[in-house]
Design a protein around this ligand. Structure first.
Ligand SMILES: [Fe+2]
Length: 261
């Protein structure tokens, strides 16, 4: 069972190195009620910024038929398909299904970070919705993530000691990415069951994968690039910044531009 942090001092102590940790709901970071996942799905599925992957062992014709129908078929039908959807530009929804999100989530969270000595280059929300069996790939992100399970149940798997599994350099090169995780010793894995309202801090450039335990699931990830406390970056962030120094053409190719999720 991962430990849970409940105070700003514990957050300031723990953010800098893996493993991931839960953040207690008593922390009182923000309060916001999203519409039901089905309603959000229906409202955003035609947005140009939505990225959808139809999952399952389907024949190619059915897969492309579902991909075409995703925007127009009855939303209840879509919700029964195995799929995953991500939206990285939530500000487009602030006058729609996410009205109030900026004021009630982003401002309090950024205020919390700032009040406790943090600076950052990027702090942006992403929305994930998945259908039954909508597991994620095995991957790592070039950002710290505050993962907020909004609806449904998922399990977030990562490693207790990521250094033993994948170096930061290998993570930067994308050596993590695969549809499923490699064979591993279960004792090395940290699996966190996420129920609605649960919060998890996911450390930058550490390999992870998410499995779904419910029909429809919705989560939000506040992703952070260049997070820094009193001038100090996390070790894996230092590695990515050194990588950018050596490869300036790749700089700022954040996970927003990559399609891995
Ligand atoms: Fe991720």
């Amino acid at each position: 069972m991962p430990d849970t942090i409940a105070t700003p001092d514990e957050f300031t102590e723990r953010w800098v190195a893996p493993p991931n940790f839960r953040i207690s709901p008593d922390f009182g970071l923000f309060q916001f009620e999203l519409p039901p996942a089905l309603e959000v799905l229906d409202a955003i599925r035609q947005d140009d910024e939505v990225r959808v992957t139809i999952l399952g062992d389907l024949d190619p014709d059915l897969r492309s038929a579902r991909t075409r129908a995703f925007r127009h078929a009855p939303v209840e039908d879509i919700a029964a398909w195995p799929f995953r959807l991500v939206h990285f530009h939530l500000a487009r929804l602030y006058d729609g299904p996410l009205r109030g999100f900026h004021e009630q989530v982003m401002i309090p969270w950024r205020t919390f970070l700032s009040a406790h000595g943090f600076t950052w280059h990027r702090c942006a929300p992403a929305l994930f919705i998945s259908g039954p069996g909508g597991s994620s790939t095995y991957h790592s992100d070039q950002s710290h993530g505050l993962v907020w399970q909004v609806e449904g149940v998922k399990t977030f798997h990562s490693y207790l000691d990521p250094d033993q599994v994948l170096s930061a350099e290998a993570a930067i090169k994308g050596e993590t990415t695969a549809e499923i995780p490699p064979l591993h010793d279960a004792a090395t894995v940290q699996s966190v069951r996420m129920e609605p309202g649960d919060l998890l801090w996911s450390h930058i450039l550490t390999p992870h994968w998410v499995t779904s335990e419910s029909a429809l699931s919705m989560s939000i990830n506040l992703s952070h690039g260049g997070l820094c406390h009193h001038g100090h970056y996390a070790d894996r962030e230092v590695t990515v910044r050194e990588h950018w120094d050596n490869n300036p053409d790749q700089a700022w190719l954040t996970d927003v531009r990559n399609t891995r999720y």
